[in-house]
Design a protein around this ligand. Sequence first.
Ligand code: BGC
Length: 761
Amino acid sequence: MILSTALAAVACAPKAPKAIPTDNAVEAKVEKVLKGMTLEEKAGQLVQLNISTLEDASREKIDPVKLDLIIGKYKVGSILNVMHDAAHSREHTAAMVRQIQEKSMEAIGIPCIYGLDMIHGASYLVEGSLYPQEINLAATFNREYPRLMGHAMAYETRAAQVPWVFSPVMDLGRDPRWPRIWESFGEDPYLQAQMAREETIALQGANPNHIDQEHVAVSIKHFMGYGVPVSGKDRTPAIIAENDLREKFFAPFLECFRAGALTAMVNSASINGIPTHANAVLLSGWVKEQLGWDGMLVTDWADIDNLYTRDHVAADKKDAVAMGINAGIDMIMDPYDPECCTAIVELVNEGRISQARLDDAVRRVLRLKVRLGLFDKPVWDQAYPDFASEKFALQSYAAALESEVLLKNEGGLLPLKEGQKILVTGPNANSLRALNGGWSYTWQGKADDYVPQYNTILEALQKRFPGKVSYVPGVEYDPSDWQIDKVTGLAQLKAEAKKADVIICCVGENSYCETPGNMDDLNLSANQKELVRAAAASGKPVVLVLNEGRPRLIGDIEPLCAAVVDVMLPSNFGGDALAALLSGDENFSGKLPFTYSKHINALHTYDYKVSEHREIMEGSYNYDAVMDVQWPFGHGLSYTSFAYSNLQVSADKFTSADVLKVSVDVTNTGARAGKEAVLLYSSDLVASLIPDVKRLRGFEKISLAAGETKTVSFELPASALAFVGADGRWRLEEGDFRLSIGGQGLMVRCTETKVWDTPNI
Ligand code: BGC
């Protein structure tokens, strides 16, 4: 990033209206509390510690002596995480929070704020309702699901006395090697922004100034550019052009700030050589000044320490604390070191953190607590009758059904025919852990230990096809290391295959999270490929089921399989959903929210530049060639077929102030009902910066009975066709654009060039 340009842009930016409107009563309360605080109390508010700093020897209870020290002496303002890295009951969690709140009110008169990584439902509560991971919700292309999940997640988290979640995740999953792409809504900025916005509003409710007791504060994360490390490994440096940063990576955050997101967590890594935790331009400039955002920025895990221990931009701890807070950090997730409070006190006394910056950060923390109603009710008594309800379970099942993607179905192998003998194989066939992925009951995921009552893929198929299913694992995971699998029975597979009519091969990945999910080869493991080859060698048709957090390369084994389904991480009802889809009881409607790459040296996104790709088969300079991928973004089949016709636009010429109305007719031309995600793309045909080949600008999910036609309409503001130029400003340029939906296309022309700055809140 060109720091000076960006800083200059901050300086000249017009005073923006505030992202969250000021509420005078909230502000008055904040000022009143602030006035009575000592420096030590202020420092404490800026520190968040891990719950392990309060655990007793059993690691199940709070040690009162430690509570005295952490809250009583250091006056720490926030606690995170679960005891013993394990899910607990709602009662256990609530009792623990009560104890902390009692101490906090008695010792400092300020409530503590507890935060948890609820990532796909109340994923740290034993009885919590889990939904498919965000990558699956993206594949539904249905805004209803992040809304439903956000509501249930907020409700159940609040039922356990916890008012803050570190969700939604909105890192653009634009590098399939990165181990966290499944935590967010895929590679596209628009899809990501739309889905994250729904989840944010569902989590917080309609009024961010007054969060009621069925809602929680969000922490949108990880701000920003975290998902494209050059190495493909977690928490490693990214190089991102400033225009891409503004146009693509900022997009979901901007949408959520506009929707009232109260807190944001910062990207652990670095962009263009600057650790994000020290990036004043992004933290104070883009977010706080330009958006007029009065929320709170929290660090990620130990990332202030990383400024000196890892990144070497600070000399020592105090240097790092000063650097982070002066860049705009308001709360430091330390997570084990209460001495961080002492460092803040010293830095203020030494003048290295100004009184004004200290007070601003403290105000932001207090404002959050006031907005959550924690001063009035540090704990609350309310019935939560829908907690762990069937209602939420049915929603999770429905989301799983709409999220599993049928990628290939040659010769109509699917749906399976009644009476067929089915051989199920593969390391993912009988695992709830693999169906859920990480952040499921524990950090790295341990669903089988907590919720054996749910059906694995194997169990669901056995229930749907009684007496017809046999099982040979063939390859099994090492439970202690997700990357290790071993071949356990190919001879047995061969023998069983003789008796079967069809083989369902369930492969992919075991659960992982963050840095432990790093790996050196995106190909599906050699053992699992061998399994697929062995299954195919039997001569029986193979259905390949991919259960994975990122698209592992399968270019060499895909031709051996007549059908392929990517279930990604569909959670506890993913097995049931798959059985219903494979049997044809339900119809597929998921579409890929990412590009499924085919070659390790061709990891692209769908919005690539023409010059990024040269199709070798067609000649080195064939710029009309299409990308050679396994399956493109937006690909997904159904048991029925859809025809698109009659694409129309309200005007073929437009100015920057216009809103284009685009419509298309979609007909279900098959014999059974189905749902279809209708995707609207635009292509800028000539632009002053090399344009992307196409960009998603709208999507709607519709249901159609056999033979039915529906007209789907989109409102497309001209500003949505703008891009960010090299100077960091938005540009809508005079010229031609192609709009396309479902293979239909038409041209529209912008008759003026207009340039403006973010924000436009
Ligand atoms: C992760 C965050 C998470 C935090 C707190 C970090 O390691 O990167 O996503 O919210 O831990 O658990």
